[in-house]
Write a protein that binds this ligand. Structure first.
Ligand SMILES: [Zn+2]
Length: 228
C-alpha cells in the first residue's frame, strides 16, 4: 500500500534529483545515484590535511573538525544547501546528516562526543524559514553517534547582516558576538558544534568563545561543506 502510494505521489508530483533534475527512483532521496557518486567529498582528505581545523589555529581551541563536502559556488553541493536554506527542503539536512554521521562513527576523533548542538539562527529568521537549517543535520549526527542533540544551548540575540558584507577584521567581528550561552551544561562535556558551510570560521569561532564559559568544555566542529 505504502509503495503504491509512493508511486502514485511520484506520478503526480515527480521528485527530481537536485543535481541533474532527473526523476528519482525508489530508494533515492535528494540525489540520484550518479550525482551522489560525483560529489566533491572532503571528509576523507581532511583526516590527513585538516584545512577546517587550521582555520581555528591561534583563535580558539578545537579538538576535532571536519566537513562532508567541498563547497563550490556552482554545483550540486551549492544547489542542495540553497534548497535546504531557501526552498523549505529540510530533508536535505537529514540526508547529509546520515552520510556524515556514518563517517564520524569511523573516525576515533569523534568517539568521545557527548552532545551535538547547532549554530543558532535568530528567531525572526527561524520564523521566516520555518526551521534552523542545521537542526535535522545535527539530529542525525547525534543519532549516529548515540548522543543527545540540544537545539537551544546557544541563542542568537541579534539578527546580524551577512558576515561577508561587513568590512571589519575577523578579530573585531568575533568580539562583537551576537551569540549567547542559554543553558547550563555539565562541566567537561565534549560538544560537537554543527553548521552548514564554513568559510572563514568567524561564526563558529564566536560560538566557541561563548561555549568556553562552560568549565573544562571540549569543542569539536562538523559542517556540511567547507569553502576553501
Ligand atoms: Zn542526478
Amino acid at each position: 500500500m505504502k509503495n503504491w502510494f509512493y508511486h502514485l505521489f511520484n506520478v503526480i508530483y515527480p521528485v527530481s534529483c537536485m543535481g541533474c533534475e532527473y526523476v528519482l527512483g525508489t530508494g533515492e532521496s535528494v540525489l540520484c545515484t550518479t550525482c551522489r557518486a560525483q560529489l566533491p567529498l572532503a571528509v576523507h582528505d581532511l583526516k590527513n590535511n585538516n584545512q577546517v581545523k587550521e582555520l581555528f589555529y591561534a583563535r580558539v581551541p578545537i579538538e576535532a573538525a571536519t566537513s562532508l563536502f567541498y563547497y563550490e559556488k556552482i554545483g550540486t553541493v551549492q544547489s542542495m544547501i540553497h534548497n535546504l536554506k531557501y526552498k523549505r527542503q529540510e530533508h536535505v539536512g537529514e540526508m547529509l546528516g546520515k552520510w556524515l554521521g556514518y563517517e564520524l562513527t569511523q573516525n576515533a576523533d569523534f568517539n568521545t562526543i557527548d552532545l551535538v548542538i547547532p549554530v543558532p539562527i535568530h528567531d525572526t529568521r527561524r520564523r521566516s524559514r520555518g526551521y534552523n537549517q542545521v537542526t535535522k543535520f545535527g539530529e542525525e549526527l547525534a543519532g549516529c553517534l548515540g548522543v543527545r542533540f540540544r537545539e537551544s544551548v546557544l541563542i542568537k540575540k541579534r539578527n546580524t547582516v551577512t558576515q561577508a558584507k561587513l568590512n571589519q577584521t575577523d578579530r573585531i567581528k568575533e568580539t562583537n558576538s551576537p551569540y549567547e550561552l542559554n543553558e547550563e551544561i555539565t562541566a567537561g562535556t565534549h560538544i560537537l558544534l554543527v553548521d552548514d558551510v564554513i568559510t572563514t570560521g568567524t561564526t563558529l569561532a564566536m560560538c566557541v568563545r561563548e561555549l568556553q564559559k562552560i568549565p573544562d568544555v571540549r569543542i569539536s566542529i562538523a559542517t556540511m561543506a567547507v569553502s576553501v
